[in-house]
Write a protein that binds this ligand. Sequence first.
Ligand code: NAG
Ligand code: CA
Ligand code: CA
Length: 224
Amino acid sequence: MSSIILFPILAIYALIGQSQAMCSGEAVYQVIFNNMLTPQTFGSKIPETGLNFSPLAAVSHSNRQSFLTVRGFASPQVEQIAETGMNGRFLALAENLKGAEQGVRDVAGGMGAGPGMNQTVELTVNCENPFITALSMIAPSPDWIVQVNNMNTLDMNGEFRQRLGGNLIAYDAGTDDGGDFTAASDASFDMPSEPQKNIAPLFEDETDPFDGRMVGTYVFVRIM
Ligand SMILES: *[C@@H]1O[C@H](CO)[C@@H](O)[C@H](O)[C@H]1NC(C)=O
Ligand SMILES: [Ca+2]
Ligand SMILES: [Ca+2]
């Protein structure tokens, strides 16, 4: 690897290390996903009842763990969420890592959110585990998700941020080639991607029914 590429990577690691070194204590965040997939906003591009966000799977973790990487393959745990909306495997893995103190501080499952609604979970972070990853299936869909991954709750000074947020877009989890809004429970509509593809923004697919638009927002609000 050339030093032109290596230098920024090393600089980023140095900054993360530095802000963690200056950090103390822990913080609690509300992690809120707002679902904008209403018929009012997306019209006939989506089912007339709108689309749901499945129950969130959310975890606070260290930089030793990565649960979801855009341009990487979905894990079996992420695949289960993307294909069925069920987060049991993901939460079980995260709980096991937490119990074994393997780079996980906290794990939370959400209640799901209908069109136009929010879902909220609470997550504790600490200096060793300041990163938050959270994801939810767009349901029904073939294998489409909304997600935030490896979001750092620490600022450059090692302080936990009061608030952070942004837009959610749809990602294709790369495990099903279908394009229709069919029920996750009806596996007869599954078109497994063989071979598996990388997780990628759905707008890279010309059939994206959302036309690359934002499908929701996320906010982390520090409450403690
Ligand atoms: C969802 O949460 C955001 C951020 O807290 C808030 O501004 C918004 O009013 C909430 N929307 C609903 C429908 O509860
Ligand atoms: Ca599917
Ligand atoms: Ca797909």
